[in-house]
Design a protein around this ligand. Structure first.
Ligand code: NAD
Length: 430
């Protein structure tokens, strides 16, 4: 998108600070020619977040000092329902990043057809430097600051990087205290004892796995024996790696923020996970060769799962990637420049807005269960997740085949058209 004269840059962002929002704008620019012409008058709605809230989050540290952190909650689009999207605690969180993540939630929720708009939140903080009581105070103050936006029928947060079930429990409790009633449906990804859903922990990794199996089947790649590399070994990456290993694939390379390890015979993923929890690093896993990041990307694998952060696959490392399938467990891991290189090199990219939608799908199940106060078995959850992911994959795949476009473009066409149709039907107020 032409950054010089577009109206797509909100006045609160400078061109220099665009970051992931620029990636999103390029994606919308690439998809626009394929959208239903009748919806084009509404397309600008996709490049203008509905609301962006910036909050100051002051807390008293354990040593008595008052520290201030900057937090955000962005509701990108609410045309199809309440906002939905995670909360990230990370030292590099910016408004641009949260805006992009909220926009990807809008598209993702529409691709899997759950009745939500897109939202996202975050605090620029390194939570690893905070004690547990400090983290609780930070979370509760942030929850109070964004209280004006969230609610079970308004905007429903969930976990993202460095936030977990405990953080969701604190947000649920803070919101409930402010309301004077217990409101379990205000967040998803809660502990099961507080109205959380069975199957939520593995849901995103499971969705990545299901989409990759569907893609592999269509290009004649067998999962048993396939070699897999996984970047990011957290909630998403670990679950995906475990499911691939359980299905007979060989997880030969793993990278996280502490380093990269390689084993040509495939890792025992559960053992690596135990080692990571016990030692805090990947180094030292039995039978693992430590490799550098350059080698990680160039590994001779069939499937690469990107499940860490955005902007990991760029024009610098994309040429080295030899995988037949890249599954985007993370949000926005591939830059637009890298996308073109992967396309030239015939790497099939299963895009984030499809591949990692398993998490929000089971979050939707959790919200439905909370509202109806009736809880499902894990088998019911996994089988409904399986059906939704397979149907979404098939819809995106068929659209890509019919129109001769990439899976990312096809997923965006599907998602954007659903959002824009809702927008058009609702009309302009007043
Ligand atoms: P997490 O905090 O559990 O794990 C993040 C992982 O990435 C960790 O293993 C960390 O070591 C690794 N990492 C961080 N920086 C890295 C770097 N520079 N190089 C290599 N590895 C690095 O987070 P998560 O919930 O697994 O989320 C991972 C990605 O998946 C994010 O992009 C998130 O937005 C996306 N996502 C998560 C969910 C979910 O349900 N948790 C749903 C959809 C998308």
């Amino acid at each position: 998108m032409n950054m010089q004269n577009t109206t797509a840059i909100p006045s609160y962002l400078s061109i220099e600070s665009l970051g992931p929002w620029a990636t999103y704008l390029t994606q919308i620019e690439r998809v626009t020619p394929y959208l239903d012409k009748a919806l084009l008058p509404w397309v600008e709605t996709l490049i203008r977040p509905k609301r962006a809230l910036i909050v100051d989050v002051p807390i008293r540290l354990d040593n008595g000092v008052i520290a201030h952190y900057e937090g955000y909650r962005v509701q990108h689009n609410l045309s199809r329902g309440p906002g939905k999207g995670g909360i990230r605690f990370h030292p590099e969180v910016t408004l641009s990043e949260v805006m992009a993540l909220s926009a990807w939630m809008t598209i993702k929720n529409a691709v899997v057809n759950v009745p939500y708009g897109g939202a996202k939140g975050g605090i620029r903080v390194d939570p690893k430097k905070l004690s547990m009581p400090e983290l609780e105070r930070l979370t509760r103050r942030y929850a109070s600051e964004i209280n004006i936006l969230i609610g079970p029928d308004r905007d429903i947060p969930a976990p993202d990087i460095n936030t977990n079930e405990q953080v969701m429990a604190w947000i649920m409790d803070t919101f409930s205290m402010n309301q004077g009633r217990t409101a379990t449906g205000v967040v998803t990804g809660k502990p099961v004892t507080l109205g959380g859903s069975l199957g939520r922990h593995d849901a995103t990794g499971r969705g990545v796995f299901i989409c990759t199996v569907e893609a592999a089947r269509r290009i004649g790649l067998s999962i048993p024996g396939a070699r897999v590399a996984v970047q990011g070994f957290g909630n998403v990456g670990e679950a995906a790696a475990r499911l691939f290993a359980d299905a007979g694939a060989k997880v030969v390379a793993i990278q996280d923020e502490t380093g990269s390890i390689f084993n040509p015979n495939g890792f025992d993923v559960r053992r690596v996970h135990r080692h990571r929890i016990e030692t805090g690093q990947l180094a030292g896993v039995p039978d693992a060769e430590a490799i550098d990041a350059e080698h990680f990307w160039a590994c001779d694998v069939d499937i690469l799962v990107a499940a860490a952060l955005e902007n990991q696959i760029t024009e610098h490392n994309a040429p080295a990637i030899r995988a037949r399938i890249l599954a985007e467990g993370a949000n926005g891991p591939t830059t637009p420049e890298a996308d073109l290189i992967l396309q030239d090199n015939k790497v099939l990219v299963v895009p984030d807005v499809l591949a990692n939608a398993g998490g929000v799908t089971v979050s939707y199940f959790e919200w439905v269960q909370d509202i109806s106060a009736f809880f499902w078995t894990e088998e019911e959850i996994n089988s409904r997740l399986d059906r939704i992911m397979r149907d979404a994959f098939a819809a995106v795949w068929d659209a890509a085949q019919n129109k001769g476009i990439l899976l990312r473009t096809a997923a965006f066409v599907l998602g954007c058209e659903r959002v824009l149709m809702a927008r058009k039907l609702r009309g302009l107020y007043p």
